[in-house]
Design a binder for this molecule. Structure first.
Ligand code: NAP
Length: 319
C-alpha cells in the first residue's frame, strides 16, 4: 500500500529492532511500513528484511551526515544504540545525539528511544556501595542511555522513552545460561539474592514498540517500562530444570564476586544486577506486567519462551 507511514527502524537487523520490523511486517492490514536502517544492506539479515518487504537504507549512527536519508519522509523512528559493540558510553551518547538531531531535522513525528535508567540518579558517583566505572558511570551501559533521554527532550523531539528489561535470549547468546558448578551440576549465576529480575523475550520488546506506534500520540513525552515476568533466580532455575529435563540450580553470589569474573563487561553487569537488587521495588514496580500485556497481548512468560527456545540454550558437557 503506497500510503503507509514509514517507520525507520535502527537495529532492524538485530534483536529489538528485528522484533519491531517483524511485528510491522506481520500486520498486513497495518498502517505502517518498515525502513530498515543498517550499515550493511548486503548482510543476510538485511536481505531477509528486504525479501519480507522492507526498504533498506544504509546509514551509520556514528556519521550524522548518513542519517538524514535514514529519516527523510519517515513518520516514526525506533532508535537504539548497541553498547556491547564498543563498550563506550560516550559513543552511545554521541550516537543518540546524532539520531536526535537527524530525527528533529527530518520532522519525524514519533520517536521511540530504547533507553534504560541513568542509575546515577539512585546511586550517585560518591556512593561507594558499587565502584564508579569508566570515570563517571555506575552502570555504563544503562547510564548513557538514560542521560541521552535529555538530548531528545532538550531538542523537542516527540519521543516515547521505552525502558526495556533483561532478555531471556541472554541465556542463549550472552553467556548467561547454565554453567557447571564445582560439583559438576548446572547453575545459573546472578548476584540478585532472592530479589526478582525483570526479564522478557526480546521479540516482545518489538511487539510493544509496535503497539506504542499504533496508539498514536498517547505515549509521546512519556516513559513506558515493560517486562515479561519478574523472576527470582530460583524461579528461573526451576523453570530451566523443567524445560531442560536436568537439574539447574540458582547460584547467588555477591555483586563484588560477579564484578570480578573477568569477562569483558563483568564489572558493568555486576553493578547492573546490584542496582536491580538494591532498588528492586522501584525497578520491578516500574515494569508493570498487566500494562505490558495490554500493549502486547501475545506477551510470553518464561515458561512459554522456554517451550520454544530451551533447546537453543548451550549446555556445557558434564565431566
Ligand atoms: N541483552 C539484554 O538483556 C538487553 C536488555 C535491555 C537493553 N539492551 C540493550 O540493547 C542494545 C542492543 O540492542 P539489540 O540487542 O537489539 O542489538 P543486536 O541484536 O546486537 O543488534 C545490534 C543492532 O544495532 C545496529 N547498529 C549497531 N551499531 C550501529 C551503527 N553504528 N549504525 C547503524 N546501526 C548500528 C546493528 O545494525 P547493522 O549491524 O546491520 O548495521 C544491529 O541491527 C544494547 O545497547 C543493550 O545495552 C540489552
Amino acid at each position: 500500500m503506497a500510503n503507509r507511514k514509514i517507520i525507520a527502524v535502527v537495529g532492524a537487523t538485530g534483536a529489538q529492532g528485528g522484533g519491531l520490523a517483524r511485528a510491522i511486517q506481520a500486520d498486513k492490514s497495518g498502517q505502517f511500513t518498515v525502513r530498515a536502517i543498517t550499515r550493511n544492506p548486503n548482510s543476510e539479515k538485511a536481505q531477509a528484511l528486504k525479501a519480507a518487504g522492507a526498504e533498506l537504507v544504509a546509514a551509520d549512527l556514528d556519521k550524522l551526515e548518513t542519517l538524514s536519508k535514514a529519516f527523510a519522509g519517515a513518520y516514526g523512528a525506533f532508535l537504539l544504540t548497541n553498547f556491547w559493540e564498543h563498550f563506550s558510553p560516550e559513543r552511545e551518547l554521541a550516537q543518540a545525539r546524532n539520531m536526535a538531531h537527524a530525527a528533529k531535522a527530518a520532522g519525524v513525528q514519533h520517536v521511540i528511544w530504547s533507553t534504560l535508567e541513568d542509575t546515577r540518579k539512585w546511586v550517585p558517583l560518591h556512593d561507594d556501595r558499587m565502584p564508579t566505572l569508566q570515570g563517571k558511570y555506575k552502570v555504563p551501559h544503562f547510564d548513557a542511555k538514560g542521560e541521552a533521554d535529555g538530548i531528545f527532550r532538550d531538542l523537542g523531539v516527540p519521543t516515547t522513552f521505552l525502558l526495556t528489561a533483561f532478555y531471556w535470549e541472554n541465556l542463549i547468546y550472552f553467556g548467561s545460561g547454565p554453567q557447571r558448578g564445582p560439583d559438576g551440576g548446572l547453575v545459573i549465576t546472578f548476584p540478585m539474592g532472592d530479589k526478582p529480575l525483570s526479564s522478557i523475550a526480546v521479540e516482545d520488546i518489538g511487539k510493544a514498540a509496535y503497539a506504542i506506534f499504533k496508539r498514536g500520540r498517547e505515549f509521546i513525552g512519556k516513559t513506558v517500562a515493560i517486562a515479561g515476568e519478574h523472576l527470582t533466580g530460583k524461579q528461573m532455575a526451576d523453570a530451566l530444570t523443567r524445560a531442560l529435563g536436568q537439574e539447574v540450580r540458582y547460584n547467588d553470589v555477591p555483586p563484588e564476586v560477579f564484578r570480578g569474573f573477568g569477562f569483558p563487561g563483568a564489572d558493568d553487569l555486576g553493578n547492573m544486577f546490584q542496582f536491580k537488587r538494591d532498588f528492586n521495588d522501584y525497578f520491578v514496580g516500574a515494569r508493570d506486567l498487566a500494562f505490558t500485556r495490554s500493549l502486547n497481548p501475545e506477551l510470553l512468560t518464561f515458561e512459554k519462551w522456554l517451550a520454544v527456545h530451551a533447546q537453543q540454550i548451550p549446555i556445557p558437557a558434564g565431566v
